[in-house]
Design a protein around this ligand. Structure first.
Ligand SMILES: C[S@@+](CC[C@H](N)C(=O)[O-])C[C@H]1O[C@@H](n2cnc3c(N)ncnc32)[C@H](O)[C@@H]1O
Length: 339
């Protein structure tokens, strides 16, 4: 990391954009304080999960296998959300004629360029420091692309906006017959009894005092948990929830009403769910609770009031999704709602 603190316009112009950014942070600081300032600034821009994600070798191997299976020589690949440039470099190694990558966080994009150059792949890959929705064919891409690869997936699939990202790319950036990695996804769920999970999002009494009004700030959307690390019981079998076919037009919202058979009596505190991605034919990646090696945890939607359920009965799950999240409500047969 550079310690340059140059303030002159001449020197600043000589810097690459990342060095320029670091120089603007460090101007007037001593070296040690500058390091701290840079670290703080980068922590706001670059989430820590990048490192766990990069070290998830099952993920990396699956994307490499999918790119090897899909990309043909002389094809143009669009890589949305390049991060380090990893998938762009894999696409180049799988024989692509050219790869256009985009990355919305500018310092990440600038570092991706350096990483790609350090790996000797700069001739084949360009990195555009933009959100994919701001890309234009003829300006950022020479033509519509033959293949889209994007790993804009969080623990609950939708939180990084993969649906609008792929929808926009299909409409504006891809050929009609373009292949998309991942090709599809299916989300699975189970009814979850877990006081430990509930305590992550709701509080009632603390030190003998009623603090329940604080639940105004509880998360009403899904959040990540590592189910295997928390006491829990599954009160239903695993059931499929929604399927997403990224090669087809993607609805912005859907709702379903699912009868769910109760396998064990207990209190439903939450819906636990996860995804199964089909990257390409037969190449899958999942954050199933048994996959402790995945850097993705599972997603959980927590009900403020747990619902008592009895083995052998059927409850009704109302589930919906929009472009960025899922919502759930659980009904007894008498139509009381937990959400
Ligand atoms: C989960 S990381 C994946 C990085 C890399 N593709 C990999 O697999 O190692 C997603 C990256 O995409 C960026 N990103 C998310 N949505 C984007 C979009 N629509 N356009 C450009 N960048 C995006 C984020 O800033 C983040 O750096």
């Amino acid at each position: 990391m550079t310690q340059r603190t140059s303030g002159s316009a001449c020197n600043v112009l000589a810097l690459d954009p990342l060095e320029h950014y670091e120089a603007s942070l460090t101007r007037g600081s001593s070296d040690a304080r500058a390091e701290v300032a840079i670290g703080r600034a980068y922590r706001k821009l670059v989430p820590r999960w990048h490192f766990e994600m990069l070290n998830d070798e099952e993920r990396n191997a699956a994307f490499r296998a999918a790119l090897n299976a899909v990309v043909k020589q002389h094809q143009l690949v669009l890589d949305v959300g390049t991060g380090t440039g990893l998938l762009a470099m894999m696409a180049a190694q799988s024989g692509a004629r050219a790869v256009v990558s985009c990355e919305t966080v500018a310092p990440i994009a600038h570092l991706a360029r350096r990483i790609i150059a350090a790996n000797g792949l700069a001739d084949c890959i360009s990195v555009v420091p933009k959100l994919s929705a701001d890309l234009h064919v003829g300006q950022d891409l020479p033509s519509r692309a033959d293949v889209l690869v994007t790993e804009t997936v969080d623990c609950g699939l939708l939180g990084e906006q993969i649906l609008p990202t792929i929808r926009h790319a299909r409409e504006h950036l891809l050929k009609d017959d373009a292949r998309i990695i991942p090709a599809s996804a299916r989300v699975y769920f189970t009814l979850l009894e877990s006081v430990a999970v509930h305590k992550k999002n709701f509080a009632r009494v603390a030190g003998g005092l009623d603090v329940s009004l604080f639940n105004r700030f509880s998360t009403r959307e899904y959040f990540p948990v590592r189910a295997s690390n928390l006491d829990h019981r599954r009160l239903s079998l695993t059931r499929p929830l929604f399927t997403f076919d990224f090669q087809q037009s993607i609805p912005a919202s859907r709702a379903v009403r699912l009868p769910v058979e109760v396998a064990h009596s207990g209190d439903v505190h939450a819906i636990l769910f996860w995804f199964d991605l089909e990257l390409a034919d037969g190449i899958r990646l999942s954050n199933h609770p048994a996959n402790a090696n995945s850097h993705w945890m599972q997603a959980v939607h927590c009900f403020e009031r747990p619902l008592r359920v009895e083995r052998g009965t059927t409850v009704v799950l109302e589930a919906s999704h929009d472009d960025g999240s899922f919502q759930f409500a659980l009904h007894q047969s008498n139509d009381r709602t937990n959400s």
